[in-house]
Design a protein around this ligand. Structure first.
Ligand code: PLP
Length: 408
């Protein structure tokens, strides 16, 4: 019989969102009349911007004509999109278009990146975190079993909580790979320029590589918050950055993202030779991926047009207005509230330490679904995430119900 990858058996029961789905389904079956408002999974609700749709359609029409039809495209993405990314998202930061790898999602990229690194790599991950970082390292076999507190042996967890202002502290030991996410999912908090500089300095001193996830950079409203790790001097020597069109431009169902791997970024082979990380990622990408579809890349490029930018900004502001409403209402109700200023997530401290318990009471008393902090890692326990990705109407109904129906 074929042997399986036993590392998969170490994964703890269920991925967070299927468990939420299970509890919500069960509640809905028992309460068929309940109007459930879902502010749990971070999925967008507004339709694509008009200029994106136009470009998407034009891309499909190109495919319908003999002279503009496209077969396989470049695995790394079309130049028109790679150039637009560099000119708009990294203007003045010295990133070249061939350092940008277009893909069909940041989940895949942030999950796949670990496979170009040694299985012995010491990995540091903020806790709580987007679950993909931990689970993909578990699947690869970089960890031992999970212990009772829900952490895996072998991973260096960097707790995020209100005492460190949700900013990860440098590990005491030397680590090889460091996952940072700013604006952060789930906490909605960001890292400052000086905090990021500390990390870049640490990475350079320890020959570590920072895996910087800035899927939510478009939601930053405060002026001095860095949007890219490459705003920090020296980062091109020690960091990879992930970005996604999913939340920025409503592409969760369209699928397009990109990863920046600077050509000067180096790793080391077991024989001590310096190896270009860019060339490894390029090799992996070309071997396992055949490029994002042409119409999708056309649609993504449209967000960099003047009209596209304005239309995307409108959508981002809509969600950030929701975030403000959630933040203010929860603060008024007496909750300690974090995030929601530079990210579409509000992170609140739950009255009881059991965040799944808070999930159940919110669902039962207000028919509102959020995400228990414990689902993002043990240090998420005692916190709860509410997503601002809802319609204004749903957000205001949910808030009204929380105001009236939930004991603070
Ligand atoms: N990174 C973070 C921090 C996310 O929260 C998400 C999606 O929720 C992603 C990456 C994945 O984005 P994509 O839709 O591009 O796969």
């Amino acid at each position: 019989m074929a042997r399986i990858n036993d590392n998969y058996l170490k994964l703890q029961a269920g991925y967070l969102f299927p468990e939420i789905g299970r509890r919500v389904r069960e509640f809905a079956e028992n309460n068929p009349k309940a109007d459930i408002i879902k502010l749990g999974i971070g999925d967008v609700v507004l339709p694509l911007a008009e200029s994106v749709v136009e470009a998407f359609k034009r891309g499909v029409e190109d495919m319908a004509k003999e002279d503009s039809f496209k077969g396989y495209g470049p695995e790394q993405g079309y130049d028109f999109l790679r150039n637009a990314v560099v000119e708009n998202d990294f203007a003045g930061l010295g990133i070249d278009a061939d350092e940008v790898f277009i893909s069909d999602g940041s989940k895949c990229d942030s999950g796949n990146i670990q496979e170009i690194f040694s299985i012995d790599s010491k990995v540091a991950i903020s806790d709580p975190a987007y679950p993909v970082y931990v689970d993909t390292n578990v699947m690869a076999g970089r960890t031992g079993a999970a212990n009772d507190s829900g952490t895996y042996e072998g991973i260096v967890y960097m707790p995020l909580n209100d005492t460190n202002n949700f900013s990860p502290e440098l590990p005491k030991e030397s680590v090889d790979l460091i996952y940072l996410c700013s604006p952060n999912n789930p906490t909605g908090m960001t890292m400052s320029r000086s905090e990021l500089k500390t990390w870049v300095d640490y990475a350079k001193q320890n020959n570590s590589i920072i895996l910087f996830d800035s899927a939510y950079e478009r939601f930053i409203t405060e002026k001095d918050v860095p949007k890219s790790i490459y705003e920090i001097e020296g980062a091109k020597d020690c960091a990879i950055e992930f970005r996604s069109f999913s939340k920025t431009a409503g592409f969760t169902g369209v699928r397009c993202a990109y990863t920046v791997v600077p050509k000067q970024l180096m790793g080391q082979s077991s024989s001590g030779e310096k190896i270009s990380i860019h060339s490894l990622w390029n090799r992996r990408h070309c071997t396992k991926f055949n490029g994002a579809s042409y119409p999708v890349q056309k649609a993504a490029a449209a967000i960099y047009s003047e009209k596209g930018k304005a239309q995307v900004d409108e959508r981002v502001s809509y969600y950030m207005e929701n975030a403000k409403v959630i933040r203010e209402a929860l603060s008024e109700k007496g909750f300690s509230v974090f995030g929601g200023v530079n990210a579409p997530y509000v992170w609140l401290k739950t009255p009881e330490p059991d965040s799944w318990g808070f999930f159940d009471s919110l669902l039962n008393s207000c028919h509102v679904v959020g995400t228990p902090g414990a689902g993002f890692g043990p240090s998420g326990e005692g916190y709860f995430r509410l997503s601002a990705f809802g319609t204004k109407e749903n957000i205001s109904t949910a808030i009204e119900r929380i105001r009236n129906g939930l004991p603070s």
